[in-house]
Design a protein. Sequence first.
Length: 317
Amino acid sequence: MKRLHLSVAAIGLVVLSVGAWWWQHRTSPAPAAAVAAPAAPPAAGPVPVEVARAVARDLTDDTTAVGSLRSRQGVVVRPEVSGRVVKLGFRDGERVRRGQVLVQLDDALPRAQLRQAEAQLAIARTTLQRNRELVAQNFVTQSVVDQAQANVDGLTGVYNRRFFEKQIAGELDRATRYEKALSVIMLDIDHFKKLNDEFGHLLGDEVLKQVSNIFRTQLRRLDFICRYGGEEFAIILPETGGEDALGVADKVRRMIEAHSFPGVPRPVTISLGVAECPAHGVTRDTLVKSADQALYASKLGGRNRVTFATAAQTAKA
């Protein structure tokens, strides 16, 4: 009986020990090393190249414009700008990771603006080239105009003495080389000094203009009418023999005599001398002097007439 009581007491002690151990472990906190650490957020991944290019393409000097960017293919969200650094949010499944990319604002012109700048540059280059061409063309045109004006008499609009000297040399060379006819007419307005003294220089200038205009209307386009000096004119007739030149001279003489000059109450007449190459000269001096001596003979003969150079006049020349 005694042994039975001891056995029950031992069992009771064991149960109490186990219960105390269980109660102690149920209520005590777990050791710090045993507590599981919270999961770390995934590390931010690299910013996709296309995202950086998209930001660079849309970025302007007004950095606030970046804040209005929308998600590109579900990647870019909530962009932020801090100086030259663009902070991007991009989706990775359900989470939003943060990353950043350095954008050089100076190189971040939008493509549309870049195309526009290139187009403007092309237009500017084209305009510059066109302006250069126009300047060159205007220079050439102006040079031609200046040269033409240098050869034209300012009062009458016909060629001047300078042009005559150049043209007669060329025509003589051509006539001699190709055995072509060539004639020269020297003419003078009769009593022009008296007309100036009586009616004034303004009216005298008007007579010179109208006489020149009659010459232009009565002669061929290949003939050269030149004001030789004062009231004296010289006419070069290429491919024209002496007899034909006499007919031309007499025709213009009659036209001048029949013309009514406003303000001049009497007829205006001219005297003319004609010489041909090679009969009366093969050089500028001999040919012009022969025609000039024939003109002088017309004046001595009573004016208002045409005289053909003679062999005697040519010998004197």
